[in-house]
Design a binder for this molecule. Structure first.
Ligand code: ADP
Ligand code: ADP
Ligand code: ZN
Length: 217
């Protein structure tokens, strides 16, 4: 099963993806997380990407397509994977289709998590992320047991540099202009499934599983 999780920034893509990959035992491939990991390790590509990420701009299609191409060529991504936050532009979607075609494969489903702008702003303001393992928390809805410390690995929790009001505004603008057109692209292929992301965590997960279970058998 090869699936894609889409949605505006803060919709819950990362939170839901981590639950879905556990259930179906597949790798999660998040371009945002790959960029943040590279930056935290001081790698050149991460440092370059962070210049754009901080401002809420997209990283170039060329760089993004290349890191995905490399990741998809790894053995664990051969039969199953979940893509989170990629593609984000029509050019990236076309590039992905070509990559998969070259592997004799295609996408099975695109899950689109819907949410209102008010909810998104609140979620990103309250979001905290583990510097070490990338786990995501919310100061109200997904509190860590100990303030500032990751439940899973004990790593330090921090606020993403792009979760500022200005950057969130810019990301939402870009989502509307560059990413939303992808919904039609996938709807035309009859693989688009909408899920209401303004429900509690478990309910959103259940709705996604309902969709994937029908595709999986
Ligand atoms: P995305 O990957 O789409 O940007 P995240 O999964 O990081 O979104 O979620 C954004 C923030 O909202 C995080 O703080 C997360 O804990 C919180 N969150 C995600 N889904 C829900 C939900 N269904 N209810 C309440 N808070 C949520
Ligand atoms: P969110 O969905 O909360 O914005 P992500 O972790 O998916 O978070 O992405 C964070 C940032 O990383 C994006 O705002 C963008 O700058 C960069 N990024 C992630 N994925 C892509 C992509 N597919 N194309 C271009 N830039 C990307
Ligand atoms: Zn952690």
């Amino acid at each position: 099963m090869k699936i894609l999780v889409m949605g505006p920034p803060g919709a819950g893509k990362g939170s839901q993806s981590s639950r879905i990959v556990k259930r179906y035992n597949m790798p999660s491939i998040s371009t945002g997380q790959m960029f943040r990991d590279a930056y935290n390790k001081g790698e050149k590509i991460g440092v370059e990407a962070m210049k754009f990420i901080k401002k809420g701009e997209l990283v170039s299609d060329d760089i993004t397509n290349e890191i995905v191409r490399l990741r998809l060529s790894e053995e664990d991504a051969e039969t199953n994977f979940l893509l989170d936050g990629y593609p984000r532009t029509v050019n990236q979607a076309i590039a992905l289709d070509k990559m998969l075609e070259g592997m004799g494969s295609k996408l099975d489903a695109v899950i689109n998590i819907l949410s209102s702008h008010d909810v998104l702003f609140e979620r990103m303001e309250q979001r905290r992320v583990c510097k070490q393992c990338g786990a995501t928390y919310h100061l109200k809805f997904m509190k860590p047991q100990e303030d500032g410390v990751c439940d899973i690995c004990g790593g330090e929790l921090y606020q993403r540099p792009d979760d500022t009001h200005e950057s969130v505004e810019r990301r939402l603008e870009i989502y509307e202009s560059k990413t939303k057109p992808l919904l039609d692209y996938y709807d035309d292929k009859n693989i688009l499934y909408n899920v209401n992301g303004m429900q509690e965590f478990d309910k959103v997960t259940d709705d996604i599983i309902l969709v994937l279970d029908t595709i999986y058998d």
